[in-house]
Write a protein that binds this ligand. Structure first.
Ligand code: 0WE
Length: 255
């Protein structure tokens, strides 16, 4: 049984009960961590804060990671409230909806910029906010997807952003290693979240995933939470810069 009593975790990316951030937050809370859980804006607050209130002692916060000022402000408040941080979870991605359908060659400059700003640069920005508070070392993690490596039709510019995110994880791991801050990515199989809704072929993709994966099923948010709990804990003390697959083995198949 992993014990995170006395550890403080900040989780970015809560929208609703289907969010991967929610699966991770529940697991970290169950292990005894003190939590701060972030949502995008006032519009997301209602649903998010309702969930946060289900976890005794957890704090909610609002942060749009496209704003340096909002990031600086939330980490200043964590410094005041908690003093020290141990765990940082980045479960945020966004590309404009039009970029996730149609021809890749029609990727726009603005769509490329937004996808990389929200899905990749934000990891660097929140890590820079968290690192000075990780005075006893720490664990930083983000969410990626197999399409970073092999083509998944329509994932388009998000795939390019996930490839950049996985590289960012390696560079942060190298940079922060001397401070005993580990940085890793979890590559989850497809899950029906708010971000994945609007995607027409998702149901079909999940069926193909469960047909082909060695475990012949899909993945759920709490299973991602289990891997996140391992990465948050000392059990993973020598793991950094890695991409860990939580995909029922899908990625090992060649045919
Ligand atoms: O990372 C993701 C989803 C990321 C995502 C989803 C949306 C939909 C709504 C980022 N931005 C947006 N923007 C929106 O406006 N996944 C791994 C799930 C996913 O998304 C796909 C997939 C899979 C799987 C898109 C196309 C094809 C497959």
């Amino acid at each position: 049984m992993i014990n995170l009593a006395g550890k403080t975790a900040v989780v970015f990316g809560l929208a609703n009960k289907r969010s991967i951030a929610w699966g991770i937050a529940q697991k970290l809370h169950e292990a005894g961590a003190t939590l701060a859980i972030g949502y995008l804006n006032e519009r997301m607050k209602m649903e998010a804060q309702g969930l946060i209130d289900e976890l005794p002692g957890a704090h909610g916060f609002q942060c749009d990671v496209s704003s340096d000022a909002e990031i600086e402000s939330v980490f200043a408040s964590f410094k005041e409230k908690f003093g020290k941080l141990d765990i940082l979870v980045h479960a945020i991605a966004y590309a404009p909806a039009e970029e996730l359908r149609g021809e890749f060659i029609n990727t726009t400059r603005e769509g490329f910029r937004i996808a990389h700003d929200i899905s990749v640069y934000s990891l660097i920005a929140v890590s820079r906010g968290a690192a000075p508070l990780m005075t006893d070392g720490g664990s930083i993690m983000t969410m990626t997807y197999y399409a970073a490596e092999k083509v998944v039709p329509n994932y388009n510019v998000m795939a390019v952003a996930k490839a950049a995110l996985e590289s960012t994880v390696r560079y942060l791991a190298w940079n922060l290693g001397p401070r005993n801050i580990r940085v890793n990515a979890i590559s989850a199989g497809p899950i029906k979240t708010l971000a994945a809704r609007g995607i027409g072929s998702l149901t079909e993709m999940m069926k193909t995933h469960s047909d082909r994966a060695p475990l012949h099923r899909n993945v759920d948010q709490l299973e991602v939470g289990g891997a996140a709990l391992f990465l948050a804990s000392d059990l993973s003390s020598a793991i950094t810069g890695e991409t860990i697959y939580v995909d029922c083995g899908y990625n090992i198949m060649g045919f």
